[in-house]
Ligand binder design. Structure first.
Ligand code: NAD
Length: 448
């Protein structure tokens, strides 16, 4: 490959890296996607996305056909580009602390590849990393492996990502801000220039900070959103015991106060996804290393963990003891429009159901292949929502897929053994499901 000034490389072709790469390419910016997973690279080279994200497939196909996006497992191709984003995974260790192995390995390999490069190269840490990682981990590894001085021939920035799975492409095209953490002006300006090319006159507000501040912004953002979810679930659990109270109306009313805001105030089975739990655990662990115990963040996590039990309690209220009961679980993905089941509330609920001796039959429009890897033979997988409901003693709606919204009272009545329905996602208007034995998170009914 020939050196292409102004082109970009992205190391780690997961949700963040692949969506970012496809978006860059869609604006005519030549992008090289790099990953150690050969299967993933093979698929991307064919213009096929290895994961589901709305708009991604068509964007990727166009980008690959036009040769604006190429994919490889050879990291040396990063040197043909001017800037490299690190978007590798940053999972949790057993104790909740962040595991930086992927970042360290990718940095070292990139640095080694950059040794012979004559011109300036900017390295951007886009993965979520605890404050201090860019300066204390990435910087020394990069300096040693590249034998270059960071800040002069190799630039370094922290540039956290705020996209949401399910709307990743649209979030990348229309972010509410860009945060750039840099130690030197050249690094910050080079990255800002790339974003100026990408967004043109629609460049969002760019907030320039130190790398440590940028890194903390990402954790603060996820911790706040997770806390909002646990807050409304706390109110939901109180509302549930007060006949005539509906948490959705409480949320609507308080959400109108601009100091509170309406987003992330939807009561449900608890948050999931690859980031909230992992990032809260990393932040708690990091805070403790600083000798500060973040009680609020622990409570957010504790409330979330407990929420699965609240869903199962609702089921038991309708069905009695769960032993040998056939429970249909509609939805496995942690939210709609994704096939991602990482930390999904459905998994916590299914684990509890199985512990109590229930037989679980599950259906999800996209996430069954991923769920099968994790749940194996412990649950039955249905071919659609209708067959999942057949003969079931209770159905729990765990993901807010639009197609589940279309199920009406008559469908539940016709298919189920006993028409017990637990709406863990508040997908349905309770008034329209009165013919069923209906329970919903945060919907107060007479205590039995
Ligand atoms: N998924 C999200 O919604 C989201 C949003 C914002 C930020 N983030 C953060 O972005 C980072 C990436 O998240 P993701 O969900 O895209 O992860 P992911 O698990 O979907 O993908 C990570 C990719 O990195 C690859 N990889 C790992 N080590 C590598 C190496 N040494 N060289 C090349 N490739 C390597 C893996 O094979 C995988 O394809 C994480 O730090 C995450 O916290 C994620």
């Amino acid at each position: 490959m020939k050196p292409r000034p102004g082109s970009v490389s992205v190391i780690g072709m997961g949700y963040v890296g692949l969506c970012t790469s496809a978006a860059f390419a869609s604006k005519g910016i030549r992008t090289v996607g790099i990953d150690i997973d050969e299967k993933r690279i093979d698929l991307i080279q064919q213009g096929r996305a290895p994961l589901y994200e709305p708009q991604l497939d068509s964007m990727l196909k166009k980008a690959v056909t036009k040769k604006l996006l190429t994919a490889t497992n050879d990291i040396s191709h990063a040197t043909d580009t001017s800037l490299t984003f690190l978007t590798v995974g940053t999972p949790s260790r057993k104790d909740g602390s962040i595991d930086l192995t992927n970042i360290e390995r990718a940095t070292e390999e990139l640095g080694t590849a950059l040794r012979e490069k004559q011109s300036y190269h900017l390295v951007i840490v886009k993965s979520t990393v605890i404050p201090g990682t860019t300066n204390k981990t990435v910087n020394p590894i990069l300096a040693k492996s590249s034998s270059k001085t960071i800040g002069t021939s190799v630039g370094l920035c922290a540039n956290p990502e705020f996209l949401k799975e399910g709307t990743a492409i649209s979030d990348t095209l229309h972010p509410d801000k860009i945060v750039i953490g840099a130690n030197d002006k050249k690094s910050a300006n080079t990255l800002k220039q790339l974003y100026r090319r990408f967004y043109g006159k629609n460049l969002p507000t760019v907030i320039l900070t130190s790398p440590e501040t940028a890194e903390l912004v990402k954790y603060a953002s996820n911790a706040f959103l997770a806390t909002k979810v646990s807050f409304i679930n706390t109110i939901a659990n109180i509302a549930q015991s007060i006949p005539g109270v509906d948490v959705n109306q409480v949320a609507e009313a308080i959400g109108r106060d601009p100091r509170i805001g309406s987003l992330f105030l939807k009561a449900g089975p608890g948050y999931g996804g690859s980031c909230f739990h992992k990032d809260l655990q990393a932040l708690i662990n990091f805070s403790e290393d600083l000798s500060y115990s973040p009680i609020l963040l622990r409570a957010t996590e504790g409330t979330n963990e407990q929420q699965a039990e609240k869903v199962v309690e609702l089921v038991e209220k309708l069905t009695g003891p769960l032993d040998q009961k056939r429970i249909a679980v509609l939805g496995l993905a942690f939210k709609k429009d994704t096939d991602d089941i990482r930390e999904a509330a459905s998994l916590r609920v299914i684990t509890l159901l199985l512990k109590k001796g229930a037989q679980v039959i599950a259906y999800d429009p996209l996430a069954i292949p991923n769920a099968r890897k994790q749940l194996g033979e412990t649950v039955e997988f249905a071919k659609d929502e209708h067959s999942a409901l057949k003969g079931a003693d209770c159905c729990i709606v765990m993901t807010e897929w639009s197609q589940f919204e279309k199920l009406q009272t008559k469908d539940y009545l016709a298919l189920m053994g006993t028409p017990n329905l637990v709406d863990a996602r508040r997908l349905y208007n309770p008034n329209e499901y009165g013919a069923l034995n209906f329970a919903a998170v945060g919907f107060g009914t007479q205590q039995q």
